[in-house]
Design a protein around this ligand. Structure first.
Ligand SMILES: Cc1cc2nc3c(=O)[nH]c(=O)nc-3n(C[C@H](O)[C@H](O)[C@H](O)COP(=O)(O)OP(=O)(O)OC[C@H]3O[C@@H](n4cnc5c(N)ncnc54)[C@H](O)[C@@H]3O)c2cc1C
Length: 284
């Protein structure tokens, strides 16, 4: 099918884009990579009367390190992360994650900020942002605000972004010396959306885990964290038995819904396995 008719704007500055958003409000939709929005428009699941294309705005795909933070421009394509964008542990982690997102043509157009704004609960970047406690920067003509990932994802395909706001930056911890990061997901076919996924980051000092973050995706209406798995890890020396125990604690605390792709029980068991695998990768 073809999309319903729409007016198309291609602003050449961030200020122009924000002015268009302020003028048109929820009549307008940002288009970034178009890899989720265009299929939805073609199926007439979305009929935005106005499209604002952010692809001509300079600087929206910059990546920089600022103190202990990796700052990612919202329009950075998934493919950009296939090679590590930083020598800090976050760089390798993001490259491992990117390899799991869809296929090459989608990775070369789809963007980090587009994924977060779309808020598919099975999105890898959403899991990473929530699990690693990213901060998301949104701008409008009235100013700029920083939204913690915990407050950003509200439910399936729904975020805290207002209709007049543009997501401009994603801020992730670089993770310094002593940090170990890992990611694992299970999909029936390579490139499919995952049935479940886990991201982990642990800081080891004196042979034991002093800080830990565990995020899960694909098992609820938003990406979630697993404080239960974290509680098992803290104060312990990394070991296969510990990773198994953390996975079990994380799985026991979840109750995923079943759907046509997998039963709830199967997804719960995948949570156990994905946490264990992500931890095993982190400490390999
Ligand atoms: C066959 C197929 C397989 C896929 N598999 C996967 C997968 O395995 N994992 C995965 O995570 N994704 C997958 N995707 C989705 C893909 O990653 C998309 O690229 C991504 O979800 C959306 O990014 P985009 O840049 O294409 O956003 P767009 O499609 O351009 O926009 C998506 C939504 O976000 C809004 N938006 C975009 N950018 C901004 C911004 N800066 N500020 C405010 N709002 C914004 C748009 O208005 C729209 O509502 C798949 C897509 C297809 C077609």
């Amino acid at each position: 099918m073809k999309p319903a008719a729409f007016a198309y704007h291609r602003p050449e500055s961030r200020a122009q884009a924000l002015a268009l958003l302020a003028e048109h409000g929820d009549e307008a939709k940002i288009i970034s990579g178009g890899q989720s929005l265009v299929p939805a428009m073609n199926f007439r699941l979305a009929r935005p009367p106005i499209l604002i294309d952010i692809n001509a705005i300079p600087g929206m795909d910059d990546i920089r390190e600022e103190g202990g933070t990796l700052v990612i421009g919202a329009r950075c394509r998934h493919a950009h992360f296939e090679k590590p964008v930083s020598s800090a542990p976050i760089g390798l982690l993001l490259s491992r994650v990117a390899a799991n997102i869809a296929h090459t043509p989608i990775r070369s157009r789809g963007s980090f900020g587009g994924s977060l704004s779309h808020a598919d609960p099975a999105s890898e970047w959403c899991c990473v942002a929530r699990g690693l406690e990213a901060e998301l920067v949104a701008e409008s003509t009235t100013g700029r605000r920083t939204i913690p990932a915990a407050a950003f994802f509200q439910t399936i395909f729904t975020t805290a972004l207002r209709p007049d706001e543009l997501l401009t930056e994603i801020r992730l911890p670089l993770f310094g010396p002593g940090w170990h990061c890992g990611f694992a997901e299970y999909a029936r076919r390579a490139g499919d959306f995952a049935l479940a996924m886990a991201v982990v980051a642990c800081r080891v000092e004196g042979g034991v885990i002093r800080e830990a973050r565990v995020g899960l995706g694909g098992i609820a209406s938003t990406p979630v964290t697993s404080p239960e798995a974290v509680a098992v890890l803290l104060g312990q020396a990394p070991s296969p038995a510990l990773f198994l125990a953390a996975g079990q604690a994380g799985a026991d605390a979840t109750s995923p819904d079943g759907d046509i792709h997998a039963s709830g029980e199967y997804r719960q068991d995948l949570v156990r396995a994905m946490i264990r695998r992500a931890l095993t990768q982190a400490f390999a």
